[in-house]
Each structure stands twice: as C-alpha cells, then as structure tokens.
Ligand binder design. Sequence first.
Ligand SMILES: [Ca+2]
Length: 428
Amino acid sequence: MKHTHATRARGLAALAAFTLIAASAAITTAAAAESSARPAGPQRPLVIGHRGTSGYLPEHTLESYALAIELGADYIEPDLVATKDGVLIARHEPNLIATTNVKDLPAFASRRRTAIVDGVAEEGFFASDFTYAEIRQLRAVQAFGERDQGFNGAYRIPTFDEVIELAKRKAADEGRVIGVYPETKHPTYHRNLGLPLEDRLLTVLQRHGWNHRSSPVFIQSFEQANLKYLRTRTSVKLVQLVDADDVAPDGRITYAPPFDRPYDWAVAGRAGTFGDLLTPAGLAEVRTYADGIGPWKPYLISSACVRMAGTGCADVNGDGLVNDADRKLLPPTAVVANAHALGLVVHPYTFRNEQRRLASDFKGVPVNEYLAFYELGVDGLFSDFADTAVVARSLWALKNDPDAARCLVQGRGSSGVVCRGLRWLNGN
Ligand SMILES: [Ca+2]
C-alpha cells in the first residue's frame, strides 16, 4: 500500500460521487417496488469498500463503511488492531498518529513514544497503550493529504463488533448480502505484545454467528503463519495478501524490507520474497491454507516508464510530477489464470481515482482501470471509491452479460424475469 504525494482531480471525483449518489437513490426507489432476481449470467466481481469509502470520508469509521454500502459495495474492509485491554478496533496501523486527532489531545501527550513495528522504528501513539474507553475519546481524520479534510474530527473509532453490526443492519435495510473483510494487521507484532489478534477475531465472528464457511466473511493477512493457524481454527474464507516495495522503471516488481516478504518469514529466517507466493509452486502452497489471494495490482498488470529520464521515468505529461500517469501498461501476467486453475479467488488492491495513480493508458478515467481488471477476470477488488468501482462493474456487465442491455432498457430479461436498475446490473 504505497503512499506517494501530489494532488489534483479531487473536485472531479467529488462531483462524480454526488451525481452517482443522486442517480442511485432514484434507481433504488424505483426498484424497491418490485423484487428483482438476476438471470443466469457471468458472475459479478465483488466490490470491496477499502477502509470503507476512504476516498471520501476518514477511513475506518462507521460513516465511511456505511457510505461504501450505500454506493454499492458488497463487502466493507476493516483493518484490525488491538487496544491495551484486547478490544479489536478498526485502524490501518497500530500507530494512531496519521488517522486520528490523538496528537492534538493534551490528555494523551505523554503516550507519545517510539515503537518498533516489523523491524522499523516509528514515533507516535500506539493502540496497545490505550484502553478502549480512551480510544473512544479520539476522532478520525483523513489520512491522505490530497483528499477532503472537511470531516476531520467528526467521527469516532469503531470496534470490529460495531462494524459487523453495521453490515448486518444495512443488509437488512437493503435486502442484499453485505459482508466484512477484516485484515489482521501486523500479527507477529501483536502476538509479541501479548495481544494476539486471531482468536479475538474469531470470538467476535462467533458472537455474531459468522464463524462458518458460508459466512459473508474473508479474513486477510500479509503474514502467512497466522493464516495457517486460522485455517486450523475456522472454516471462514481466508485470503493471502501479497505486497511488494515498488515497481522499477521497466515494470519489474521490487522488494525491500519490510515490504520484501511476510514479516513472519523474516522472523523465522525464511528466505524469498512476496513474489514467490504467486509462482505456480507458491500458489499451490497458498491453496493448502487459503481460499484466495489479495495481490498488489502490479502483480496482475504492471507498468513501465513511457520514457526514461536518468534512472527514473520522464515527466511525459509535463505536469511537473513523476508518477503513474507517466507510465504505460505492460501485458497482463498469468497470475489470475494460475490462481484460478487452483481454485483460488483473486482480489487485487487498491483502486483509487486520483489522476496521478492512473497509468497513461487509462487517459485519466478511473473507470478504465477497473474495466481492465474486470476483463482480466478478477473475482473482486479493493476500492477507495466504491461508486466508481460499481459503475465500472455495470459497464462490464453490459459488455459481458447478453441480458444486461435488455434488462437495462426493458426491465425484463430474455427469460421474462424482472431485472431492473443499477443494483440488478451489479448482481444484487
Ligand atoms: Ca507527470
């Protein structure tokens, strides 16, 4: 999960979001009068609301998750870290400094310290130094400087319990399945603190009746040993995340600590890189304990500099910045096909609307990136902007489902079944 700099295009994204909210509200009202069932057609890829709809609202808040659902996400994605008293809360990192207002609260000034997370020293405020009662005093902030800061301080930090309760409540409201896609963050780090995540996570799922094979739940991890452990403890679907450090000018994936391999491999002295998990042999190993892979998207379609300047990419679009917009796509890899051959689902991350994050081939239109990956056959994807992912999926359905256009215009498929609206196009 790369964090680079630059700004642009937020206004356009916000305008698009507003238009889509208005449009989908009208469609939903019309569809509600008559139940609809989707005729047989290609399976729709899942839209996973990454940290909720973090493109618009501060990540990992109930509001961010709820908006993702309203915009059409099938799953919401809480990252999980543990408090001092062992409560699982939704945060991207144990360090709270970038995603909350904790540094502005004098009561907690003395909690500031340096900690080692996966071998890297970080300064900040760490969840394991706070009780859940104290966490409740914090408020979330937008972690990406180029995104809207206007909701900073408005929303509190939810527990995993609350995230599941929200998913169930919204599912009942909307009459469709809404799942959760929790990530165990830094499992080795938490285990070393005496706050292991795995059994706590299963206890919460059990409490809500979601600790079984058919639960709308995927558990994800960048580490491997804790997924193997979870496989012995639960039948819930498991996903191996596959990270890397960067992409070289020629499109090769690069590896540097701590993004070179699962951290439990580093601790155990196992050599190799994340990329080893995606070779045929690596995928076969993943198949022994997991149901799918969550690869960083360059593993599926990488990109190279359009033109070199020194040792990096030239600023070919002349905007004074060097980023993905100065790259061109390379042919897709065989990872999707190889994973599917073993029965593994493929859910790449992370899809984002900002212009600087889009390869030149996409011509500044985020929908084009989604279409490329849907066409490649992914089973789902993680998006910061669920509405864009959903609209792109509607277009994909129109291209790939012979009944989709007929349904869109006439409200009935060739079999006579009622099929209307954006929700039908999206398979729910
Ligand atoms: Ca540029």
